[in-house]
Design a protein around this ligand. Structure first.
Ligand code: CO
Length: 480
């Protein structure tokens, strides 16, 4: 065991970050080490599963946890914290009942074994995956349904967002939109499953108006969590997975547990151009949740993604808090060079260390990036919870790490530019990350100087409580 030789983390510490947070609060953050930069102005929004049990009845998978949005607003060197659960009808019904009423997509079943779950196809919209501000609306996103609109200041839940009726009740909007910094448009997609999966590409303009750029049909079951965006292409990795719905229909398994990686089947890149033409290119089998960024260069597409050698699912009927990290497959950062004319795909590993949640400077979305920031494990090999932030320089290959081990556990990093000047250095800015500090059983918002990532944090803002491990978030220059 790696842990025995060098205590990188203790399981008990890590598990504490999966305790539910029951409270909803709004307060000024007073306990601060260092100084919040005066130039830092705007609001950091984060989403993630805030409640992982109901009265001690635990959800089977963290992705099934109820979405809780946090906002940390910065102005004049001060910071204000707000959090609220997304008040979906299912959340309110379960709160009232005091027990689990719905099946979760990934690992949560109602009580009563298969009899209690058979033919119940209603999965709960947990609205827990991402939160973005666009067109005056704050949207809590979950990929199998429409977003929930929230009040950006109070975080009160307003309504399910239909974009003026353009998204019907059964339609979906992905949890991973990409914002084109040159136009301000937010690009997203939705997948409607069927014998042929339909992928819709959505553009949400600066004023919040949604339009459909194209609709493409792809044969078979698609598991598309994320996509990459360039000015001319919307890029998906079609993981070679199959979905056997029988155990789900019979109530034996959750939907997520019915997904298998098809052995010896290639992964496919789906390149959709602006007119909706689809080109498919094969590459070695692997599984991708998250792309870092893509850009076009000399008729090629450069795409950086975190790849797993298999579909990383949990064993059914086990508590995810008890997983054996030595058996969990590691995601690694790879670079794909795709040539649509020659129909070739080359790949090379960029970061070998197990990592997740890759991000770039917002102005680089769809454009050439030099730096990537990604959550990583604290040791050089094996697998463990994410405890470090990595900065990877694509030009020189340099890799730097800021570790919070042994008692700090990190979430997705967010890069915030120091100024609006488009000529400023690509790493001129801050990397913000929520860190669960097990020694104080609370979370810190840590601000790192991206140009001195290994140095002491610029500021550490101690929250009054912990924030359960989250998923994704975003930063806006508007102060709420
Ligand atoms: Co994601």
């Amino acid at each position: 065991m790696v842990q025995a030789a060098s205590p990188i983390f203790s399981r008990e510490d890590w598990q504490k970050g999966y305790e539910s947070l029951r409270t909803e609060q709004a307060y000024w953050i007073d306990e601060i080490e260092g100084d919040i930069p005066l130039a830092l102005e705007g609001t950091l929004f984060r989403n993630g599963p805030g409640q992982l049990d109901i009265n001690g009845e635990k959800y089977g998978h963290p992705f099934d946890g109820d979405g809780m949005v946090c906002a940390i607003a910065f102005k004049n060197g001060r910071a204000h914290f707000t959090n609220q659960f997304v008040k979906t009808p299912e959340f309110l019904a379960e709160k009232k009942a005091g027990k689990i009423l719905y099946r979760g997509v990934f690992g949560t079943q109602k009580k009563g074994g298969w009899l209690g779950n058979i033919f119940d196809l209603h999965n709960k919209n947990v609205a827990n995956t991402n939160v973005v501000y666009q067109g005056g609306k704050l949207l809590a996103l979950w990929e199998a349904a429409r977003p929930y609109a929230l009040d950006p200041k109070s975080l009160d839940t307003l309504e399910q967002e239909s974009f003026d009726g353009k998204l019907g009740a059964g339609q979906v909007f992905s949890a991973h939109p990409r914002k084109d910094n040159t136009t301000g448009d937010l690009w997203g997609f939705g997948v409607q499953p069927g014998p042929k999966s339909k992928i819709s590409i959505y553009q949400v303009a600066v004023d919040g108006n949604l339009s459909v750029e194209s609709e493409v049909k792809v044969s078979g079951f698609c598991f598309l969590h994320d996509f990459a965006y360039t000015p001319n292409y919307r890029i998906f990795m079609q993981n070679p997975v199959s979905f056997n719905p029988l155990p789900f229909l019979l109530g034996l398994s959750t939907a997520g547990e019915c997904i298998e990686l098809k052995p010896n089947s290639p992964s496919q890149f789906l390149l959709i151009d602006r007119k909706g033409n689809l080109q498919t290119l094969e590459t070695d089998p692997c599984f991708v949740f998250h792309h870092c960024n893509a850009y076009e260069e000399n008729d090629q597409i450069i795409l950086d993604s975190v790849c797993y050698p298999d579909y990383p699912k949990l064993e059914p009927n086990t508590d995810f808090r008890e997983i054996d990290f030595d058996k969990v497959i590691a995601g690694q950062l790879w670079r794909f060079t795709i040539n649509p004319q020659l129909k070739t795909v080359k790949k090379e590993m960029i970061l070998e260390r197990s990592c997740e949640f890759p991000v770039v400077h917002p102005r680089c979305v769809g454009q050439k990036h030099r730096y990537a920031y990604v959550g990583a494990i604290a040791q050089g090999s094996g697998n463990a919870p994410l405890q470090a932030i990595a900065k990877v320089d694509m030009q020189t290959g340099k890799q730097e790490f800021h570790s919070f081990a042994p008692r700090g556990f990190i979430s997705e990093p967010i890069f915030v530019p120091r100024d609006r000047n488009s000529d400023s250095a690509e790493d001129s800015g801050w990397v913000m990350v929520l860190v669960f500090d097990a020694s104080h059983n609370r979370s810190d918002l840590v601000i790192l100087d991206a140009q001195n990532i290994t140095g002491e944090p610029v500021a550490k803002l101690h929250l009054k409580h912990h924030v359960p491990y989250g998923l994704h978030g975003s930063f806006t220059r508007e102060v709420f």
